[in-house]
Design a protein around this ligand. Structure first.
Ligand SMILES: Nc1ncnc2c1ncn2[C@@H]1O[C@H](COP(=O)(O)OP(=O)(O)O)[C@@H](O)[C@H]1O
Ligand SMILES: [Mg+2]
Length: 281
């Protein structure tokens, strides 16, 4: 029996999209199903510049290959070498319209960055933002993120000025220049100014660390990053929320209106070729 059947090297009981994205064996070992081919076709159609139906939810019992299918499709959207899709490619070639779609996608300028959010985090906004930050770091694009940190610092200063005059006054004393000039430096992406702010912040806030994600809308940030990504050769962002049901299970009682809105707004907003994708299991 063992001569006829072997277990794929590195086999795991489930696919972790984020970690397995770098694992080419997962692409080589993917055995295409009819459902996978159909989803691939739908998604390739949906990332065309003028299409609008970009968000979808995959629902299926544990182990029904949702994550592995999505992983494979993401690898295609990133334009990984077609040769890696060893078992999938022959099936694609056997379906002329799908093959044309794949060929056109690879020939075109679309290349989509995958952002993967997983599981049980409690704050949707924060998970969207930290997943984006992690992806950018993983792809050597971390420099696209600081702009937002600068903006966040500027917003904090404006809030202190308006609502916390004592903190604002204390801040003024700690920097050695007029606040206006300091803010102008932040606006100009001056790293020294940002680091000064980060260093002073705990002294003024009873020891808390400056978390640039607080008070910053994920939709706004994704839009900004999607724009700057174009100069780096990426045409958009593809967001996958894997195991979204786990998030719902642990948070259903407290999901805020703004978080619900976020899920609804993101896929409709045409931020480059940026669909929101949730996979539920
Ligand atoms: N058609 C297939 N090709 C390759 N691996 C498969 C296939 N079907 C199931 N598997 C394997 O089964 C396991 C479960 O798949 P996974 O995508 O994690 O399921 P789900 O996300 O639906 O819970 C994974 O290890 C996956 O690699
Ligand atoms: Mg899964």
């Amino acid at each position: 029996m063992s001569q006829m059947i072997s277990v794929a090297t590195g086999f795991q009981y489930s696919v972790n999209i984020e970690y397995d994205l770098a694992d080419d064996d997962k692409l080589k070992n993917f055995i295409p199903t009819t459902a996978a081919l159909k989803l691939l076709e739908e998604i390739l159609l949906s990332v065309r510049p003028n299409s609008s139906q970009r968000a979808r939810i995959l629902i299926g019992a544990y182990g029904r290959v949702k994550s592995h299918i999505v992983l494979t499709i993401l690898a295609m959207l990133m334009k990984k070498d077609l040769k890696l899709f060893e078992k999938l490619l022959p099936k694609i070639k056997a379906a002329p319209s799908l093959y044309r779609l794949v060929e056109n996608f690879y020939a075109g300028s679309n290349k989509i960055l995958p952002v993967i959010i997983n599981g049980t985090a409690t704050n949707l906004n924060q998970s969207f933002l930290s997943a984006l930050q992690k992806t950018l770091a993983d792809f050597g694009l971390a420099n696209l993120m600081p702009e937002t940190n600068f903006q966040a610092a500027i917003k904090v200063l404006a809030r202190w000025k308006k609502n916390f005059p004592k903190t604002y006054a204390a801040f003024k004393k700690l920097i050695r220049e007029p606040v206006n000039r300091f803010v102008a430096r932040l606006e100009n992406f001056d790293v020294d100014a940002y680091e000064t702010f980060e260093k002073i912040y705990p002294d003024l806030t009873a020891g808390s660390a400056f978390n640039p994600f607080l008070g910053f809308g994920a939709v706004e940030l994704y839009e900004s990053v999607a724009k700057s990504l174009r100069a780096e050769g990426w045409s958009g962002i593809f967001v996958v929320y894997d195991e979204f049901s786990k998030f719902l299970e642990s948070n259903i009682g407290r999901v805020s209106v703004s978080e619900t809105k976020m899920c609804r707004i993101s896929p409709k907003k045409p931020i480059a070729a940026a669909p929101l994708k949730c996979t539920c299991c």
